[in-house]
Write a protein that binds this ligand. Structure first.
Ligand code: GLY
Length: 394
């Protein structure tokens, strides 16, 4: 390996790439991250709900285990990150209230409650009146709800900023640029070639490019992550001090089949999300998307029409075929994945960092991540033969 090679090159500097880099550097590895804008990506759009229990879906019991494990690690992760960075990430252990507006919504919530109970999760069924007692701004028409005291929130923008600083302080090199091609030497990943032609050599490479993870040239087809973008439009409103506290916890519902959630931050920001659209790489904020979010949010909390609308934005969730992340080594030596987190990127940040650092140090996927190995999408095979031009060792 050349003298300026790092032990690890992380391709992608969103929160998943950064947490991987930070945790790996803490374990003594020399780490580089390549990204045009470290700390950018989907975290700049995400609302930051840590919704392991309220976003439970049939068929996702295995993912639930990982989600709960990451939620359990959040308080100590935040403590460590805030100390390392000297910044707050606005983690709020405030819980969530999922409510129903009509008979269909109510049936949907009852079904979710049954699934939660069968899964051993804590949630409490409330009448409409009890919901309004907790959150007086709720519409009079709310028919019932589920109080989930364990689903909290964090500010993903602050989380990203704190991870950038923690990485810098831990000695991670943040290289601003586009990784264009994986460098493969022999049958091993050995770095990346950037758009400006520079090569960054590394002993191991982690592909953590969010929704773009499947597009890095030079990744052999057998190990290319099957990740696609799922668009989410999100609004930000501001609660003036005179209206505070507007909401004291995350409030969410399924309205006419679409998810809507309102996430109140300590500083007065109110995040309203999110659409879920299969539109490829489109990140346009549309009148229709904004209209639907405001219409549904207004049905839940009519008072939002008084609030200044301060931002509209769209981002892309990196979605895998089973909605669960791809974590750990691939069949190409030296290449690991940390991608495909879909709706749970912010929630899964702590456990992803721990898992990838362990993989990079020991080569072993820890038990909590064994069900999320990228190999579940690969046909059984021997070592990967790269189909791209192989570079010879220098
Ligand atoms: N987890 C919330 C979302 O993806 O919209």
């Amino acid at each position: 390996m050349s003298k300026d090679a790092s032990d690890v090159l992380v391709v992608g500097g969103g929160i998943i790439g950064l947490v991987t880099a930070w945790r790996a550097a803490q374990r003594g590895l020399r780490v580089r991250v390549v990204d045009p804008r470290p700390g950018g990506g989907a975290a700049q759009v995400a609302a930051g709900m840590l919704a392991a229990v309220t976003e439970l879906h049939h068929g996702e019991q295995t993912l639930l285990g990982l989600n709960l494990e990451s939620a359990r690690r959040y308080p100590s992760f935040v403590g460590e990150l805030e100390e390392a960075s000297g910044q707050t990430v606005d983690y709020r252990a405030c819980g969530t209230l999922a409510v129903a507006l009509d008979a269909d919504d109510r049936a949907h919530l009852r079904e979710l409650h049954t699934l939660q109970q069968r899964s051993g999760l804590e949630s409490v069924w409330l009448t409409g009146r009890e919901c309004r007692r907790l959150e007086p701004m709720l519409a009079a028409g709310v028919r019932g709800g589920l109080r989930v005291d364990g689903d909290h929130q964090v500010d993903p923008r602050r989380l990203a900023a704190a991870l950038v600083t923690a990485c810098e302080r831990a000695g991670v090199e943040l290289r601003r640029g586009w990784a264009e091609r994986l460098k493969v030497v022999g049958d091993r990943a050995a770095g990346a070639v950037l758009a400006d032609g520079m090569t960054l050599a590394a002993g191991q490479v982690v592909l953590a490019g969010g929704s773009l993870s499947g597009r890095l040239a030079g990744v052999p087809d057998e190990v290319r992550p099957p990740v696609r973008p799922v668009k989410g439009q999100v609004l930000r409103l501001t609660v003036p001090p005179a209206y505070a506290p507007f909401l004291s916890r995350t409030v969410r519902a399924v309205v006419r089949g679409s998810q809507v959630y309102l996430v109140p931050r300590a500083g007065g920001e109110l995040v309203v999300g999110a659409t879920s659209e299969e539109l490829g790489w489109d990140t346009t904020v549309t009148a229709g998307g904004v209209y639907e979010l405001l219409r549904d949010a207004h049905e839940l909390v009519p008072g939002i029409t008084e609030l200044p609308l301060t931002e509209t934005r769209a981002g892309l969730r990196p979605c895998s075929p089973d909605n669960a992340p791809l974590l750990g080594p691939t069949a190409l030596d030296g290449l690991s994945l940390a991608t495909g987190h879909h709706r749970n990127g912010v929630l899964l940040t702590p456990v992803t960092g721990d898992v990838l650092a362990e993989v990079l140090v020991s080569g072993e996927l820890p038990p909590e991540a064994r069900d999320f190995s990228p190999s579940r999408f690969s046909p059984p095979q021997g070592p990967v033969q790269s189909s791209v031009r192989l570079e010879q060792p220098a």
